[in-house]
Write a protein that binds this ligand. Structure first.
Ligand code: ASP
Length: 322
C-alpha cells in the first residue's frame, strides 16, 4: 500500500525527534487515534505490517496480533521464535506462547513441540477449551486434534548453532542478541479494543523442560481492556518472579503513564532480583493509545505503527550507555 511508510530509526530517536518524545512522554489523559500496534525488537516492524493489514481493514485487535506474530513464528531465519528457533540443550525446539483479548479471555501453550504457530494453538485453547494453558504432550495432542500439522522446527541453521554450543555446553545469557528474544505484540483496533500476543522459543539451549515468562498470563503478557496492555521480553525468570506484565498494567491502573509504569516494573526487578548480565524489556499500550517502553539495559528496540507510520524505536533503559 502506497500510504504506508516504514521508517527505521535505530539511534537516539527519543531525543532527536520531538514529536516522538512527546508521544512517549505523553500524559495518560491524551487520546491518540486508533488503530495502533506495537511490538518487541527489530522483527516487530515486519510483524506490525501484518497486524496493520488486519487493523486498517477494520479487523479486530485479536486477529491483528495473531496475524502479526505468526509471520515471525513462520520465518525460519528467526532463531528465537517458532520454526528456526534455537533448541534446548538436548536439541529439542520447545515453544511457549499466549494470547489475550479485550474481554479478559486468555489462552496459552507451553513446552509445545513440532507446531509452527503456537500462537494459533494458544488462541484455540482460549476459544475451544474451558482452560487457559495446555502444556507439552497434551498441548501437541490438542493442536493435532484442531488440525495443526506436525512440522520439523529444527532448521539446519539452528541445529548447527546447537552443535557448536555443545562443544562447550556453557550456558550464559547473552544480552539482546540471538540467544534470546520474543515477539510480544499489543494492538488497539478501530473500536479501541485491546488484545495482545506473546510467542517465543525461549532461552537458547535452556534446560530441557524449562518454560519462561512468555506463556504465563501476567508475566509475559497482560491485557486489561479498561486500562491497557503490557508485554515483556528478556530473561523470563525475572518477569516470572515479579509478574511483570501484570505489574505494568496495575501501575497504569494506579494512574501511572504507560512509560512510567514500564519504568516502575523495571525498578521492581532492579530492587528485588539479581539481574547481572540480564536484560528485560517491557512494552505497554494504554487505553488512550500512549505507548511506554523501558529496559534494564540499552539495546531494546520496539516497533510502533501508528498514524500510518511503522517506526523502529530504541527504548530508554535503567542502565545507560552502550
Ligand atoms: N522471555 C523469553 C523467555 O524467557 C525469552 C526472551 O524474550 O528473550 O523465554
Amino acid at each position: 500500500m502506497n500510504s504506508r511508510r516504514t521508517f527505521i530509526k535505530t539511534t537516539g530517536v527519543l531525543s532527536l525527534i520531538p514529536w516522538l518524545t512527546k508521544r512517549v512522554k505523553a500524559k495518560s489523559n491524551q487520546i491518540y487515534e486508533a488503530p495502533i500496534v506495537v511490538s518487541t525488537w527489530n522483527f516487530g516492524i515486519e510483524a506490525n505490517e501484518a497486524a496493520w493489514d488486519v487493523l486498517s481493514e477494520g479487523g479486530s485487535a485479536l486477529d491483528a496480533v495473531e496475524n502479526g506474530v505468526r509471520i515471525i513464528e513462520s520465518d525460519p531465519e528467526e532463531t528465537s521464535v517458532g520454526i528456526g528457533g534455537l533448541p534446548d540443550r538436548d536439541g529439542h525446539v520447545t515453544l511457549d506462547a499466549c494470547i489475550m483479548d479485550d474481554k479478559g479471555n486468555a489462552g496459552s501453550v507451553s513446552y509445545l513441540q513440532h507446531i509452527e504457530n503456537p500462537i494459533s494453538v494458544a488462541r484455540k485453547v482460549m476459544e475451544e477449551t474451558p482452560h487457559v494453558m495446555l502444556s507439552g504432550q497434551g498441548a501437541l495432542q490438542f493442536a493435532l486434534e484442531q488440525g495443526f500439522r506436525k512440522t520439523n522446527l529444527l532448521t539446519d541453521k539452528a541445529r548447527k548453532a546447537w552443535e557448536a554450543w555443545t562443544l562447550t555446553s556453557e550456558y550464559k545469557p547473552i544480552i539482546n542478541i540471538e540467544n534470546h528474544d520474543t515477539i510480544g505484540m499489543l494492538a488497539m483496533d478501530q473500536s479501541r479494543k485491546l488484545s495482545g500476543a506473546c510467542t517465543t522459543s525461549g532461552l537458547a539451549f535452556k534446560m530441557h523442560g524449562r518454560v519462561g515468562d512468555s506463556p504465563i498470563i501476567g508475566a509475559g503478557l497482560f491485557v486489561d481492556n479498561e486500562v491497557g496492555a503490557a508485554t515483556a521480553t528478556g530473561m523470563g525468570e525475572l518477569m516470572m518472579k515479579t509478574l511483570g506484565a501484570f505489574l505494568v498494567v496495575e501501575f497504569m491502573r494506579q494512574g501511572k503513564s504507560a512509560q512510567a509504569a514500564c519504568e516502575a516494573a523495571i525498578q521492581r526487578i532492579v530492587e528485588t532480583q539479581d539481574y547481572e548480565d540480564m536484560q528485560v524489556g517491557y512494552l505497554a499500550l494504554d487505553k488512550q493509545g500512549n505507548v511506554g517502553a523501558y529496559a534494564i539495559r540499552p539495546g531494546f528496540s520496539y516497533a510502533l505503527y501508528q498514524n500510518g507510520e511503522n517506526v523502529l524505536l530504541q527504548a530508554d533503559s535503567y542502565i545507560k550507555g552502550k
